[in-house]
Ligand binder design. Structure first.
Ligand SMILES: NC(=[NH2+])NCCC[C@H](N)C(=O)O
Length: 480
């Protein structure tokens, strides 16, 4: 990474400000090793085709990010990058022709750079071997491995000769979940799922050791286990302290949303809140408890923000009251408390917490009060709010959009009814392939694009159960 750390800035205070820098991880060979019997344990819904997920899907994401965040790397060079003889080298972190962008930052590259230091290499190899139960001899062998190769191995789980030495971490493509930038702080996660533990370990080593983050070491927040944790009986999720980045949203300068979900426990949310208040990072935290199920693993699977006055969300989690008692059956069969959305806002100054009746009410409040929107707040519902399209499209991440700038969002091409809803709300809809051609030819200028949903190919990616919000870890956004 060529950029000097004194110029390197970490700062995110909204979900929608112009994106300037982010951390990503392109699908690595480990994804091509997921077997059906392990897919669920590794949190994939199916096995995916590696070549397709890379060439026909994720590469478009990288290209698009380049036009917005690092155009010099791509503009005028697209034909070469895409040519057959280039063999996708632009996209391969271990290749000399890799883009190595300082704005679209590949985690594997940072890890390779961190591992160049012998002391760190020894420590990290030992830590990974400890959690993965490797032999001491293997540990010694790993310490002697070239740093770039070692980075690849620690991520993919396989040695350069293809031998598998531990499981892959196929979910590292969902960089959102490993941490969250909150103003100029980084809150690291504490994963609920075993399949994601090694990801967190690698991230800690990167943030605490890479010279890019040197000026931010004191701003890295880690969630501890409270003393009571060790004394609580059982292994129940509710009793563990867990938090994953998909449940944390930096919504406005002084306000963070934290989801309690399948992945983030109330204890996790509570510890995160304490850290944020004690370190004066924000003044209010709204905890949104969503139904604890696989469909809704994180908060960002049920809503994301599009513009200061526009939100995309799943209707069934939205209106807490309204959804409760519409039909006789709702009186006869009471939903489990776990099945209900609950919204509580807490304040640093310890004033009494406030309850919200619905997600819409909360969003209205954020749009108008936090973000000073003067226009009516708009809600775009997954599947146009019509059953069963709402649930089907939520499952394939219709609500999980990444705003590259205010009003310009990336989403999957397969969620037809949600796309309709965007059109009905005045958005342009473009296919990423067409957009890339227009950005290359100069017909479209990235800075001038407004109110647009960019459709991304998704047949393979959606089987991994995450969208572009999950596939991004913003570390620098402009203020809005
Ligand atoms: N922020 C998100 N919604 N991330 C999606 C993560 C998907 C991943 N397969 C998992 O289950 O962990």
């Amino acid at each position: 990474m060529s950029e000097k750390n004194e110029h390197f800035k970490v700062q995110v205070n909204t979900e929608i400000g112009r994106l300037r820098k982010l951390l990503i991880h392109s699908p690595d060979s480990g994804i091509g090793k997921v077997v059906p019997s392990k897919a669920q344990d590794w949190l994939f819904e199916d096995i995916v085709h590696l070549d397709t997920i890379r060439k026909d899907e994720y590469d478009y994401y990288v290209k698009l990010l380049m036009y917005f965040l690092d155009p010099d790397k791509i503009k005028g060079k697209l034909a070469d990058i895409d040519s057959e003889k280039a063999e996708r080298n632009f996209f391969k972190p271990d290749n000399k022709d890799f883009h190595a962008s300082a704005n679209v930052i590949e985690l594997q590259q940072l890890l390779g750079e961190v591992l160049a230091d012998t002391t760190i290499r020894k420590k990290l190899a030992a830590s990974v071997c400890a959690i993965e139960g490797c032999t001491y001899k293997l540990q010694l062998q790993l310490i002697d491995t070239d740093p770039k190769e070692l980075a690849k191995t620690l991520i993919s789980g396989s040695l350069p000769d293809g031998r598998m030495i531990f499981s892959p971490i196929p979910n590292l493509i969902f960089t959102r979940d490993v941490g969250t930038t909150i103003n100029n702080f980084i809150l690291l996660n504490k994963p609920a799922k075993k399949a994601r533990v090694r990801e967190s370990l690698l991230m800690r080593y990167i943030f605490f050791n890479h010279n890019l983050f040197e000026n931010y070491r004191d701003n890295i927040l880690e969630i501890p286990d409270g003393e009571h944790h060790f004394l609580r009986p059982g292994e129940e999720m509710e009793n563990r302290t867990t938090l994953e980045g998909g449940d944390v949203m930096m919504i406005s300068k002084n306000h963070v949303l934290i989801g309690c979900s399948e992945r983030t426990s109330p204890y996790g949310a509570n510890e995160a809140m304490k850290l944020l208040f004690d370190n004066n990072v924000v003044e209010k935290v709204t905890v949104v408890r969503i139904p604890n199920k696989r469909d809704f693993m994180h908060l960002d699977t049920v809503f994301t923000q599009v513009k200061r006055n526009t939100w995309v969300l799943l209707h069934s989690i939205a209106s807490v009251e309204e959804n409760k008692q519409q039909n006789p059956i709702d009186f006869l069969v009471q939903p489990e408390p776990k099945e209900q959305t609950e919204i509580i806002q807490f304040y640093k100054d310890k004033s009494a917490p406030k309850h919200y009746k619905s997600m819409e009410e909360l969003f209205e409040d954020i749009s108008k009060k936090d973000l000073k929107s003067t226009e009516p707040t708009k809600f775009i519902y997954s599947g146009s709010g019509v059953f069963p399209y709402d649930a089907r499209e939520q499952w394939t991440d219709s609500c999980n959009l990444l705003a590259i700038k205010e009003g310009v969002v990336l989403g999957y091409d397969r969620n037809d009814k949600t796309v309709e809803a965007f059109k009905n709300n005045g958005f342009n809809v473009v296919n990423v392939k067409d957009l890339i051609n227009d950005l290359e030819s100069g017909k479209v200028n990235a800075d001038e694009l407004t109110d647009t949903l960019i459709l991304m190919p998704s047949a393979e990616l959606s089987r991994a159960r995450g969208g572009f919000h999950c596939m991004s870890f913003p570390i620098l956004r402009d203020d809005i």
